[in-house]
Design a protein around this ligand. Structure first.
Ligand code: SIN
Length: 326
């Protein structure tokens, strides 16, 4: 079988997939972002390895966009990454992109890209839970599976592939700090699986296509992004922190509410005051699964099926897009 297109570009950003530890037996204490993306590809597609059949005839190119631990991911890197994605995807011979990324903020980057990219070609993020020099490193298999999926996907969309599962950027989140299969798509489930190079799509799964909120070309420089924070409702959730942020110029806040997006009366009143000062408020849930269902009891706009960190990304892009339409 011949690949559908000539080229896949793999963009490296760091993470554990590119990490190294003191010894091949140490899988949890390591430094992320040590190996270049070309070296990661070498472990999958080097002289001694053959790629899945779906990649026959397909050229694979690499580019190092960043080299960081994704806990330190920032807006400037997101802008660079989105611009590199855009640039590569406009090339006629490029059919898809794969991005290697740390697991910790992968879901935020994937969701961000899904709301700024307009290309009709797919992007697949992948990662690892063990460093590259670990005896049972999971990165090479994850990268192999991601390339395989990227070669077979069609159309616009941002996906992630790890631990033999295919997830969509809209639903995926990291749910475990150390397990190899650390990602989950909650009630939606995985979109599919990769088993011995065979892709099996989940039969009843349908792909969402969130509309772009802002074009890559319109992303302002990092220092001009809005200040948006996340606040958690919990026992005796108060207003002091929020009031300080508002006084310091906060532009938006996401509440990770209890249950169906609930919050203490004290927090609610502080948020209403913040809103009257122009702060945009969105409500998500601190529960790890299920959407917030809007009811007449909700005083603020709810996030639907997005978790709090993705709601923050959507709110930042909303604020930017409103600023640009004025
Ligand atoms: C990171 O997110 O860069 C480090 C953790 C990981 O990739 O698992």
């Amino acid at each position: 079988m011949q690949a559908n297109f000539q080229k896949i570009v793999v963009l490296g950003t760091g993470g554990t997939i590119a990490g190294e530890s003191r010894s091949a037996n140490e899988g949890l204490a390591y430094t992320a972002g040590q190996r270049g993306v070309a070296q990661l590809l070498e472990a999958v597609a080097g002289k001694t390895h053959s790629l899945p059949e779906s990649l026959a005839g397909c050229q694979i190119e690499t580019e190092q966009v960043a080299q960081l631990d994704s806990k330190d991911m920032d807006f400037a890197t997101w802008i660079d990454l989105a611009k590199r994605c855009e640039q590569h995807l406009t090339q006629a011979d490029v059919g898809a992109l794969v991005i290697t990324h740390g697991t910790d903020t992968l879901e935020e980057t994937a969701y961000f890209l899904s709301r700024v990219m307009t290309s009709e070609k797919p992007i697949v993020l992948t990662c690892a839970m063990r460093p590259a020099n670990f005896k049972d490193a999971d990165g090479p298999q994850n990268l192999r599976d991601a390339l395989n999926v990227a070669a077979q996907l069609k159309g616009r969309g941002v996906w992630m592939v790890a631990a033999g599962e295919i997830h969509h950027s809209q639903f995926v989140q990291k749910v475990h700090p150390t397990r190899l299969n650390a990602f989950d798509s909650g009630e939606h489930g995985a979109a599919g699986k990769v088993i011995s190079d065979q892709i099996r799509w989940s039969p009843s799964w349908t792909s969402p296509l969130p509309e772009p909120l802002l074009d890559v070309a319109k992303l302002p420089s990092a220092e001009n992004w809005p200040w948006v924070e996340i606040i958690l409702n919990h026992v005796q959730a108060g207003n002091r922190g929020l009031n300080c942020w508002v006084a310091a110029g906060l532009q938006g806040v996401v509440v990770a509410g209890t249950g169906n997006g609930a919050m203490s009366e004290t927090l609610k009143q502080a948020l209403q005051k913040a809103q009257s000062h122009g702060v945009l408020v969105r409500v998500a849930s601190r529960c790890s699964q299920g959407p917030v269902i809007a009811t007449e009891n909700h005083a603020f706009e709810t996030s639907g099926n997005l978790n709090a960190v993705k709601t923050r990304v959507a709110l930042m892009l909303d604020i930017l897009s409103k600023q640009q339409s004025h």
